[in-house]
Design a protein around this ligand. Structure first.
Ligand SMILES: Nc1ncnc2c1ncn2[C@@H]1O[C@H](COP(=O)(O)OP(=O)(O)OP(=O)(O)O)[C@@H](O)[C@H]1O
Length: 255
């Protein structure tokens, strides 16, 4: 990321942009049968902030996340990570960008059963032939309280512990952005609160950037900012969200 890509808001200090889309349009299918999942969306996500994306079912949340993270391509418009326009990258370069610059926490933890927790966490770096920054690794393990679980395999861990390992894996490479797609969807409320607390401290204590799709107003209230989508468009946004404020907006959007 360079200083040329800055979010400027009147009265605030310019902040680096970690990711964003400009005039993004995504249509599935063709002609009369086409479904427009994103309809002229422009939004950027500030570095060092936690943003939630909300909206009724089918409003385009996952499509936006996938296009931002280079997992899907736009029909037109631009998607970027830092200063990198994703459309300029080959498939191979996209794979490397995802591995080296992005972290993912999805509903399924996708841990490899034959590897220990530590091996799962360092796997992306190991595959890339990169040394894991030990001080950073220790900081993550501290924050996620995983010290005494590092030699365990996933089957020997509780669901919440597995989720923490998945978060540690997502953070291990100090990614430019951590993307979460309904990361708390399969968790009970206590584990879910824990995970969201870890995202918060990843942002507040470790300076990370988190962008998360969620249906849950409580989960969204952990974010610094909430973007609301409806019918593939951004229809509202909120900074310093509260559960009740988010609920109100969601009701208005007909969720
Ligand atoms: N591969 C696909 N082929 C055709 N249509 C698709 C495809 N993926 C998504 N869509 C459509 O695009 C629209 C947006 O879908 P998307 O999954 O982004 O919504 P969402 O807000 O994440 O929904 P949910 O909250 O239900 O997960 C929907 O109408 C959906 O049916």
């Amino acid at each position: 990321m360079t200083s040329s890509n800055l979010a400027t808001q009147p009265g605030t200090t310019a902040r680096a942009v970690a990711a964003g889309v400009e005039r993004a349009r995504k249509a599935y299918g063709s002609d009369s049968a086409a479904v427009v999942a994103l309809d002229d969306v422009t939004v950027d996500f500030a570095a060092g902030a936690f943003t939630a994306i909300m909206g009724p079912s089918g409003s385009g949340k996952s499509t936006l996340l996938h296009c931002l993270a280079g997992l899907d391509t736009l029909t037109s418009g631009r998607a970027y990570i830092g200063d990198t326009d994703l459309a300029t990258l080959s498939d191979n370069q996209l794979t490397l960008l995802r591995r080296d610059r992005l972290g993912f926490v999805f509903q399924a933890f996708n841990l490899l059963p034959t590897l220990t927790a530590e091996e799962n966490i360092t796997l992306p770096a190991d595959l890339a032939g990169r040394r894991v920054d030990r001080a950073w690794f220790d900081q993550i393990i501290d924050t996620l309280r995983l010290h005494d679980r590092l030699t365990h395999r996933p089957a020997q861990l509780s669901g919440g512990q597995q989720q923490r390992v998945a978060v540690a894996r997502a953070l291990a490479s100090k990614p430019d952005v951590v993307f979460g797609d309904e990361p708390t969807g399969a968790l009970d409320s206590r584990t879910s609160a824990e995970l969201l607390g870890f995202f918060r401290s990843a942002v507040d204590d470790l300076g990370q950037t988190v962008v998360m799709v969620t249906h849950d107003p409580i989960a969204a209230s952990y974010a610094d900012r909430v973007i609301f989508l409806a019918d593939g468009r951004i229809v509202d946004e909120m900074t310093g969200p509260t559960r009740d404020g988010v609920l109100e907006t969601m009701k208005r959007l007909g969720d």
